[in-house]
Design a protein around this ligand. Structure first.
Ligand SMILES: [Mg+2]
Length: 136
């Protein structure tokens, strides 16, 4: 069965059980996600697989309760990230907007260092750097 078929079967399963309230369902999503995090920490592969499935099932049910198609939400999310530029830092993808701030800070720091260079020796006066940083 493909994702669309599974989605319909899961939503029908939830309807049969009168699961219509998104508030307890949102809590359930959180519970299942917590189990997934625990499984990752334990490196328990069967539990990781089980938890990924549970997270998806609970999200599919929540989407229906909130009146949104999870496949459309997935398409919109992917459309938003597919051309995003940035870099991976510490295992997490950081958007270019964030890296732009880092870049601006780096540029300001390099400008500050250059302003502390002794023209006669070419070396950076570290005492002047500290003094200028304290003034920032
Ligand atoms: Mg579970």
């Amino acid at each position: 069965m493909n994702f669309e078929g599974l989605k319909i079967a899961i939503q029908s399963w939830a309807e049969d059980r009168k699961l219509t309230d998104p508030v307890p369902q949102a809590v359930k999503v959180g519970e299942e996600f917590g189990e997934l995090c625990g499984a990752i920490l334990k490196n328990n592969i069967p539990l990781i697989r089980d938890s990924i499935g549970d997270v998806l099932v609970t999200l599919i049910i929540l989407s229906k309760q909130l009146g949104h198609d999870p496949v459309e939400c997935l398409q919109e999310a992917f459309h938003e990230i597919k051309d995003r530029k940035g870099k991976t830092v510490g295992g997490s993808f950081v958007k270019e907007e964030s890296t732009q701030v880092e870049s601006d800070i780096k540029t300001r720091l390099l400008d500050l260092l250059e302003s502390c260079r002794d023209p006669s020796t070419g070396s950076i006066n570290k005492y002047l750097v500290v003094e200028k940083l304290m003034d920032q």
